[in-house]
Design a protein around this ligand. Structure first.
Ligand code: BGC
Length: 442
């Protein structure tokens, strides 16, 4: 659906010197070459009937493993400082799997683009399970292996991507891999990922890393009304999305009432989970409007919240929407960042926006330009309000395999032809390149 949003013709405000500009991708969504690695939970899940909207799998995706040189050239041409990609644990676990990342990192360094790997972006080896505590220890061993190989060239690391979505969509609601519908019994999955994060921070530091963050998804939660039951439901949702994965990391404890539901020696684990971070990554897409349960399931951006949950998701009116139906609310980013600073104060390390972007069709993607322009202005307002933001990464470099949506959603600055896999930079690519040049001109 088209929007009536338009990019401002005024130049973007000036961001601080040293601000890190980048784009993001993830392994399962772009790599392909699925036969050269062991299966992940996503391979198993997407093979099942009716799980992926267009019936596709990511077996080929953008064929990035074979075409990575071309993709590195696109990054260099765009003029970004950094590239956030993810390392596939199933590939690293397969013979020669690390060789690919070794080459990718070499090529990025040669092109003057700083590699920023995420060590887990939802593609767990299919033989493993986050309900098992041991998965956290295995993750730390895999992280040591990756750091041992890449740590001479990689200095900035991200442990996990969005454990909240992975828990909620994959383990509680079953719309993502591994497709479990555990509802609140999925909480151990949250705890084990957080424990894996803490152990990974320790493993990375032991390997000499000094610049470590996590990428968590967050968004403002707006109550459907001022009625007490809507406000209580919105608070509850805010706790799940914004605090369950941030309080343990930044404050060293779970939000009230949740620690008791976690497995194992939670107090001892929290000491590991709360290892100080060098920076905190935030993925922002849109706010959520939340109200009291309505006795029926509710739908939010394709995610069905079953009846019986203590909240329901409502539509957000009055804003343009992306092709995914997500509202475009740039000021939500200012609200989120200032709200985070107010909530966590000096416990919040410098922030990096590790994902922000939108799905639109077409090469002349003026909607995407308007989206990015609006969000960068909103980000600048957070800087002016005193939030210490150090970087911004667009989701995504390439049109890719958008999980349960398959190839139907196009988030890329670069169009990828589904048949030929040919890459064509969109209007937004040229716009961002121009905006980055302007920033450097000062
Ligand atoms: C994820 C990406 C995904 C994007 C758009 C984020 O939640 O980290 O993998 O493609 O949102 O849905």
């Amino acid at each position: 659906m088209a929007t009536d949003a338009a990019a401002s013709s005024a130049p973007l405000p000036r961001f601080p010197d040293g601000f890190l500009w980048g784009v993001s991708t993830s392994a399962h969504q772009i790599e392909g070459a699925a036969d050269e690695r062991e299966p992940s939970v996503w391979d198993v899940f997407s093979a099942g009937p009716g799980r992926i909207k267009d019936g596709s799998t990511a077996a080929v995706a953008c064929d990035h493993v074979r075409r990575h040189r071309e993709d590195v050239a696109l990054l260099a041409g765009l003029g970004v400082d950094a590239y956030r990609f993810s390392v596939s644990w199933p590939r690293v676990a397969s013979p020669g799997g690390l060789d690919f990342y070794d080459r990718l990192v070499d090529d990025l360094c040669a092109a003057g683009v700083r590699p920023v790997p995420t060590l887990f972006h939802w593609d767990l080896p299919a033989r493993l399970d986050w309900r098992e505590r041991d998965t956290a220890a295995r993750f730390a061993r895999y992280v040591s292996q990756v750091a041992g190989r890449l740590g001479d060239r990689v200095t900035k690391w991200i442990t996990l991507n969005e454990p909240a979505e992975h828990t909620l969509l994959g383990h509680a609601l079953g719309v993502h891999a591994p497709g479990e519908r555990l509802l609140f019994d999925a909480l151990p999955v949250a705890h084990h990922q957080l424990l894996a994060h803490g152990l990974a921070v320790r493993a990375l530091r032991a390997a000499g890393a000094r610049d470590i963050g996590i990428a968590n998804s967050h968004g403002p939660t707006w109550p459907a009304s001022r009625e007490a039951d809507d406000v209580a439901a919105a608070d509850f949702y805010d706790t799940l999305l914004n605090r369950l994965f941030a309080d343990p990391l930044l404050l060293g404890h779970y939000p009230a009432g949740l620690g008791e539901l976690m497995p194992g020696d939670v107090e001892a684990d929290l000491e590991i989970i709360a290892e100080p971070l060098d920076w905190y990554g935030i993925n922002y897409y849109a706010p959520a409007r939340v109200g009291a349960p309505q006795g029926d399931e509710s739908d939010h951006g394709g995610v069905r919240i079953p009846a019986g949950m203590p909240f329901s998701l409502r539509g957000i009116e009055g804003y343009p929407v992306t092709d995914f139906g997500w509202p475009v609310v740039p000021e939500g980013l200012t609200e989120l960042l200032t709200g985070f600073r107010d909530r966590y104060g000096d416990r919040l390390p410098p922030v990096v926006v590790t994902e922000n972007g939108c799905s639109y069709e077409g090469l002349d993607d003026q909607d995407r330009i308007a989206y990015l322009d609006g969000h960068l202005r909103a980000l600048h307002r957070a800087l002016e309000a005193g939030v210490d933001v150090r970087g911004y990464f667009v989701w995504s470099l390439l049109d890719n395999w958008e999980w349960a949506e398959g190839y139907a959603r196009r988030f890329g600055l670069v169009h990828v032809d589904r048949t030929t896999l040919e890459r064509t930079p969109k209007a937004s690519y040229a716009w961002l390149r121009g905006a980055l040049r302007e920033q450097r001109r000062g």
